[in-house]
Design a protein around this ligand. Structure first.
Ligand code: AMP
Ligand code: GLY
Length: 429
C-alpha cells in the first residue's frame, strides 16, 4: 500500500497550474485534484468542477475524498473563510483564516493596520460617507489614488492623473456602487512613483521565510501604458535588489506585519505578499495580499528547489522553522499571452497551437490560465490565456528563451507585452 498523499489545489489560473505542477513533483503526492482547474491542470491531475467560492461544496468534496491537504489560490475564497470551514472539518488547509485574510480583503483594515504597526505606506484617509470623501478630495491635488476597500477582481484601484478622473472614480465606486458592497468604503491616498516590487513570504503565523523578489508588469501596454490588468508578466529575482534592501524590507514590513497580525489575534499562516514601491521617499507598502501572486507564482515555482508539500505542511502545522527552504540559482520569467480585448471584453473559444513546440526549448514550461479542452482541441476560455515561463543563468537568457517560446504559440488575437523584464535588464551591472 502506498502512503502517498491526496492534495486539492483550489483555483483555475496560471498560479494554480504552477502550484499543481510543483506539487506533482513531490514524491509524497499520490493524487492531485484541482478545483475547478483548467486545460493545463487536467494533464497533471483530476479537475473537479467546483468553483473556488463554493466553499461548502469544496469542503464536502475534500471530506468525501479524504483529502490530506488543501492549497488555496484565490483571494475571494480566502476572504469567504474557506480555510476556516475546511479546518472545522479536520482538513489541513494552507492559507490564512478569514480574519487574517482581511489584510487583503479590506483596504481600510490594511491601511489602518499599517499605520498602527508603523509599516511605511502612502499617506491616506478612509471614508464610508460619499459627501465627506468628495469634500476631502476637493482639498487634494492630482495625481492621486482612489481605491474601493473591498475585493473588486483587481479593478478597484484608480490611479488618477487629473482631479476630474479622481472625482469620477469616487462617484463610480461610492455613488454608482460599481463594485457593490466592496465600494462601501474607500481609501484615498497619495500617488507614489518608482519601481514596484512583489515580496512573498511563507509563514506559519510565527516563523517566516522570504522568497526571492519579483516584479509584475500590471499595465496592458509596453512601457507601462494603458489599463491595469491582473498582471502581464513577471521576473524573479530582481537583479537590482541588494541584500541591504532585503534586510530593510524584512525589518520594516514583513516582521512588523506578522508580529502585528499575531498580536491582534489573527496570526497569518500561508503566503503573505506585500506589494512594494521604491518611491523617492523610500520603500512604501502599497498593499498586502493574503495569497500567492499571479503571475509571480508562475516564475517562483520554476525557481523553488524545496518540495512545496514540505513547506505547505510546515506552514499548516507551525513547524516552518524546521524547513530549510531552498531556491535554485539563476532567474525565471513569465510572459502572459492574453486574448484580444483583455482587460476589457474579449472573445473565447480560439484554438491554441504550438505549446508542445514551445516546451521543446530547454528551460521552458507553459502554464495555462484561461484554457479548456474541447475534446482533443485546446481553446481559449479567459482573458489571460497562457503563462510562458523560462529559466536561465541570467535574466536575459531566461527572457530570450521565453520570447523564443512565445514565437511558437498561436491563437487568433493573441497579445503579449514585448518588454517584460526590460527595465530590470537595463539595471544589470
Ligand atoms: P493595489 O491593488 O493596491 O496593489 O493596486 C493595484 C496597482 O495600482 C498597484 O500595483 C500599483 O501599480 C497601483 N497603485 C496602487 N496604489 C498606488 C499608489 N499609492 N501610487 C501609485 N500607484 C499605485
Ligand atoms: N501580481 C498581481 C496579483 O497577484 O495581485
Amino acid at each position: 500500500m502506498s502512503s502517498g498523499k491526496t492534495i486539492l489545489v483550489v483555483g483555475s489560473g496560471g498560479r494554480e497550474h504552477a502550484l499543481a505542477w510543483k506539487l506533482a513533483q513531490s514524491l509524497r503526492v499520490e493524487k492531485l485534484y484541482i478545483a475547478p482547474g483548467n486545460g493545463g491542470t487536467k494533464l497533471l491531475g483530476e479537475n473537479v468542477p467546483i468553483v473556488a467560492t463554493y466553499i461548502e461544496k469544496l469542503t464536502a468534496f475534500a471530506v468525501e475524498r479524504r483529502v490530506d491537504c488543501v492549497v488555496v489560490g484565490p483571494d475571494d475564497a480566502l476572504a469567504l473563510g474557506l480555510i476556516d470551514v475546511l479546518r472545522a472539518k479536520g482538513i489541513p488547509a494552507f492559507g490564512p483564516t478569514k480574519a487574517a485574510a482581511e489584510i487583503e480583503a479590506s483596504k481600510v483594515f490594511s491601511k489602518q493596520f499599517m499605520a498602527e504597526a508603523g509599516i511605511p505606506t502612502a499617506e491616506f484617509k478612509t471614508f464610508s460617507d460619499y459627501e465627506a470623501a468628495k469634500k476631502y478630495l476637493a482639498s487634494r491635488s492630482a495625481p492621486i489614488v482612489v481605491k474601493a476597500s473591498g475585493l473588486a477582481l483587481g479593478k478597484g484601484v484608480f490611479v488618477c492623473e487629473t482631479m476630474s478622473e479622481a472625482e469620477e472614480a469616487l462617484q463610480r465606486i461610492m455613488a454608482e456602487k460599481m463594485f457593490g458592497a466592496a465600494g462601501a468604503e474607500v481609501v484615498i491616498e497619495e500617488y507614489l512613483d518608482g519601481q514596484e516590487i512583489s515580496l512573498h513570504v511563507f509563514s506559519d503565523g510565527v516563523s517566516y521565510s522570504l522568497f526571492p523578489t519579483a516584479q509584475d508588469h500590471k499595465p496592458i501596454g509596453e512601457n507601462d501604458t494603458g489599463s491595469n490588468t491582473g498582471g502581464m508578466g513577471t521576473i524573479a529575482p530582481l537583479p537590482w535588489v541588494t541584500a541591504e534592501m532585503l534586510v530593510e524590507f524584512e525589518k520594516r514590513i514583513v516582521a512588523p506585519a506578522l508580529i502585528g497580525m499575531k498580536a491582534k489575534g489573527y496570526p497569518f499562516a500561508g503566503c503573505l505578499y506585500p506589494g512594494l514601491k521604491m518611491s523617492s521617499g523610500g520603500v512604501k507598502t502599497l498593499e498586502f495580499n493574503a495569497r500567492f501572486g499571479d503571475p509571480e507564482t508562475q516564475s517562483y515555482m520554476r525557481l523553488l528547489k524545496t518540495d512545496l508539500l514540505d513547506i505547505v505542511e510546515a506552514c499548516i502545522e507551525g513547524t516552518l522553522e524546521n524547513v530549510n527552504i531552498e531556491w535554485n540559482p539563476g532567474f525565471a520569467c513569465c510572459v502572459i499571452l492574453c486574448s484580444k480585448g483583455y482587460p476589457g471584453s474579449y472573445e473565447k473559444g480560439k484554438e491554441i497551437t504550438g505549446i508542445e513546440e514551445a516546451e521543446k526549448i530547454p528551460g521552458v514550461v507553459v502554464f495555462h490560465a484561461g484554457t479548456k479542452l474541447e475534446g482533443e482541441k485546446l481553446v481559449t476560455s479567459g482573458g489571460r490565456v497562457l503563462g510562458v515561463t523560462a529559466i536561465g543563468k541570467t535574466l536575459k537568457e531566461a527572457l530570450d528563451k521565453a520570447y523564443q517560446a512565445v514565437g511558437k504559440i498561436h491563437f487568433e488575437g493573441m497579445y503579449y507585452r514585448k518588454d517584460i523584464g526590460a527595465k530590470s535588464l537595463r539595471y544589470r551591472p
